[in-house]
Design a protein around this ligand. Sequence first.
Ligand code: HH2
Length: 280
Amino acid sequence: MNPSTHWHCGRFRLPLDRPLVMGVINVTPDSFSDGGRYLLVDRAVEHARQLISEGADILDIGGESTRPGASQVSPAAQIERVMPVLRALRDVAVALSVDTSEPEVMRAALDEGVAIVNDVRALRVPGALAQMSRSDCGVVLMHMQGTPQTMQVDPVYADVVAEVREFLQRRREEAVQAGVAAQRIALDPGFGFGKRGVHNRRLLAHLGELRSLGQPLLVGLSRKASLGEVTGRPVEQRLFASVAAALLAIQAGAGIVRVHDVAATRDAIAVWEAVKQEQQ
Ligand code: HH2
């Protein structure tokens, strides 16, 4: 299949001839009590502006943690967390993405003008596909085995690359049949979502095999446990490993990297691009 030159995301046409950096903004109150809600929103907005100044192309805003074992957050609570941040960022020049699987949250965010829906459940929640067919936003379809509550208990694959590829192909077909234009779709192997370290490493090593699906590939490895497993470092010390992983993913064909550390990733990409130019 002939890959599109741009990812069509609402009013944005994101060029795919150079890697796109998606900065992560979590509006999850891990360290805040209920009374800290405004502080939470202010912090998220400030963080978003910082990531834009560091060169983010996209901001991915989520109100539900999908870390292994995290509990599910109701659509109403997600809306309450995410919407004030989306409103405050209405006028920014970069594309906004909402990280959710819930149709109600998708609808609210799309009404507010978000350009991308990033769904770790690949539009499998009833009603999610219908929301996408009513919109022209970009869509990220991600592979996950199991649910965030149980996915790391005992993930098993006969052939992780083939199984992830087949899942993504099926989800892509279903979305297209529901009326989502192929140029709107990005695919994501879902690092850490129902995968052991060896599965994540194998997927990264064979990422190129997913390119033949003909869609831009999004990769999220930033600060993940699989990097901790290799380096022996806790989450707050995984910057260098995250940058290395993002660059390996780009080298293997990822078009979009989802990262917490935008400035560091941008510098690494700048070096990669400068060297790549000399190869042409
Ligand atoms: N990873 C996380 C969340 N959303 N979306 C996509 N498309 N791909 C990913 O790999 C991905 C994702 C988990 O990472 P993080 O943001 O660090 O954790 P949390 O979900 O707790 O915010």
